[in-house]
Design a protein around this ligand. Sequence first.
Ligand code: FA5
Ligand code: MG
Length: 424
Amino acid sequence: GSWRRSLSTQAPSHLEILGQRFSADDYTNITPAIISKTNKQLHLKPNHPLSTLRGLIESAYPDFTHASSLSPLVTPFQNFDELSFAADHPGRAVTDSYYANRNMMLRTHTSAHEVEMFRKGETKWLLTADVYRRDEIDASHYPVFHQVEGARIFDQTPNGMKEVEESNEYLSSLLSKSNILIEDVPHISEANPVQPGHDPLFSAALCQNLKLSLNHLMWKVFGEAARGSSGSEPLKVRWIEAFFPFTSPSYEVEVFFQGKWLEILGSGIIRQATLDTAGVQDKVGWAFGLGLERIAMVLYSVPDIRLFWSEDPRFLGQFEQGKIQTFKPYSKYPSCFKDVSFWTPQASAFHENDFCDIVRDTAGDLVEGVQRIDSFLHPKTNRTSLCYRVNYRSMDRSLSNEEINHVQNQVVDRLKAQFGVEIR
Ligand code: FA5
Ligand code: MG
């Protein structure tokens, strides 16, 4: 779409990501700001809250394989097709995902490695990694975040069924010692069906295994770790029917924590097509994918998602590997708002994420938020007038008005050069 124009003006013909070179094409939209995040591996950085949270989750699955250093570069085929995403799924759009070019992208979720893990013969595994999505800018959205994928598959035989039942008994006994209140939906419903070719009894037992396993994990993370096992109020967890192209039935889990329901993860019974693609035969199982930042923000009381990327010792120095500690905010520097109003070219497909990426790439983590404050379609010229307000604030220092004006001017220049907009 609209990025194509940028190639003729200033985008390079090649880009280098993690030592690999890619030739740019009409899909290329990964910015240097994003490339600079690809080698950070916050989930492995000692003492970092995301690393502690990864460790805590791994400790709930001691007999699983733990993977955590797979490259974020995957093919669109791995990220989407192998997982039965429709050809026209919106997640594939260049407005939503980051592409090196048509053949290579940054994974949008850890599910992109499911087939690879199963193909290696893994039957119970966790995978922690950075994932990339083009998105809005505010305190809880960042174009890079971290997910943990977990999966377990069993033989589709009476012995496999016995293994599921034994695991269910074991997990139930662990849970009986917890103080947890679970709001559940039926395992299987008309809208959330058993897959064709699956034995309904086996599928129900697998759903039960998935739910017990994740309820236990929620207790480890939000019950035991966050408030000690003696908290008097029960931990509230609720299960909600969901839809993912690569699982059925599918569920989301929400946890009631600090007065709010928090979406934690997506999960479900793995579609047989995924296992077939991996060359795995006669097995069935479950998978889940959870986001680390949202959990870490509430567990550690971190008010802004950008802080996870901070190198400031006043942030990093507050944490110790394996410990959940409440973050003590240091003084906030003043923020500075700048507005820009412009006409988009006629019939252009200008997307809000295009604007956000220019701001991020120009201002880096100096941008705290972007808000569209006006939008107006001119009935005669068919052009749209947009006004965006950018909120600049450094987490580590005071910004001068001069410095911010300079950044904002660069944003405006790039807006003109890359999208041919007319400033109002
Ligand atoms: C997925 O990414 C699926 N791959 C999850 C899955 C795995 C389903 C295996 C079935 C089987 P979703 O886009 O909902 O689904 O993201 C999963 C979790 O990642 C969310 O519940 C949330 O905790 C986190 N997450 C999603 N988007 C963001 C975001 N922009 N910022 C922070 N966390 C996010
Ligand atoms: Mg979701």
